[in-house]
Design a protein around this ligand. Sequence first.
Ligand code: NAD
Ligand code: DAU
Length: 361
Amino acid sequence: MKNVLITGGAGFIGSNFVHYMLKKEPGAKIWNLDALTYAGSLLNLKDLPDPERHLFLEGDICDQPLVEGILRDDRVDTIVHFAAESHVDRSIEGPGAFVRTNIQGTFSLLEAARKVWLDEASLPRKAVRFHHISTDEVYGSLALDAPAFTEQTPYDPNSPYAASKAASDHLVRAYAHTYGLPTLITNCSNNYGPFQFPEKLIPIVILKALQGLPLPVYGDGQQIRDWLYVEDHCEAILTVLKSGRIGETYNIGGNNQPTNLEIVEAICAILDEYIPDSSHVPHKQLIQFVRDRPGHDRRYAMNIQKIQTELNWKPAEELSSGLRKTVSWYLENEPWVKSIVEEKDYQMWMDVNYTNRSDNS
Ligand code: NAD
Ligand code: DAU
């Protein structure tokens, strides 16, 4: 791993991974290709450790000649592919962008890798890796008493987002099987932590609570997610990159099962403690049950035995401490928050998703 192409490295997990990798891999140089959609920000890449080993390139993963040029000219040996449209609610409003970036974009990256790495043999096959970052949502929804998803669970995606990620996973598998492209796939549960765009549950609740606005809980709030602190995800990815078996898939998760309502209440309690003089204490009073997400998956849970036993990885952060760190980060990073919430695009999304939603029928 000398020359690494990270796609989507200005987004939430990708930027955390850039910080993490520069810290942990002193020999690695990073090319960060990101289209800077609404979800990407250069502010996520400020104060990088050892910034001269990081080069930001604004561009689209669907631009195959551009990607081929980077792979060839910079002798890239590792691709870590985060770039995606990632928000389920937006995929319900407008699925087209998800098909383009998540399916077409992954296809285009795979084709570039096939051409430069395999056809042109720019580097020995054993020296290259294509690591595809995916999600637990490809497995569908679990009943309350069903066992957690394993790597053998059949795909059963429900939202346009999940379906587009499932399609991209299948393409990656097919390139490994058909062309012998050295691939790795990781499927991870819900991440949270610094730099998460405030359209996802945890940051949106923190920011709305600070303003004394209603905290929108979809449906009955009894949906269950498996939450992973983002730095743990970064550690898991690096572990798989270094020691994972080529062609394999690894599930990653946080080993917890709170309901959405429990998460929202936990955030409210942390805010009560951190800002006791706020006029919104107790923040819990702001919770509002709103109309459910169409096709809302009820429960996700990840069985992480494979990565744990094979690669000796498990999450380090407890949910309670991770949530405290996350709330602190949003309180301490007002300029970052301001730069996003003042964007017209962001305000438009808030209107589209939340106006008239309080009619919970
Ligand atoms: P994000 O939405 O915060 O960031 C996505 C990044 O990709 C942005 O910087 C955006 O500008 C960039 N991008 C979008 N389209 C692009 C294109 N066509 N070309 C180049 N760049 C483009 O997403 P995230 O939450 O950081 O998720 C990263 C990856 O991890 C995604 O593949 C997602 O499916 C997966 N994942 C996310 C979670 C989670 O909880 N957030 C959990 C499991 C897996
Ligand atoms: O499971 C992994 C997935 O987690 C990733 O693949 C996705 O990229 C990521 O966005 C995330 O998807 P979710 O739909 O689970 O995340 P979100 O934060 O949007 O929602 C978490 C839960 O909270 C979900 O059950 C819906 C609910 N929710 C969400 C929002 C935005 C609310 O109740 N109110 C809200 O306002």
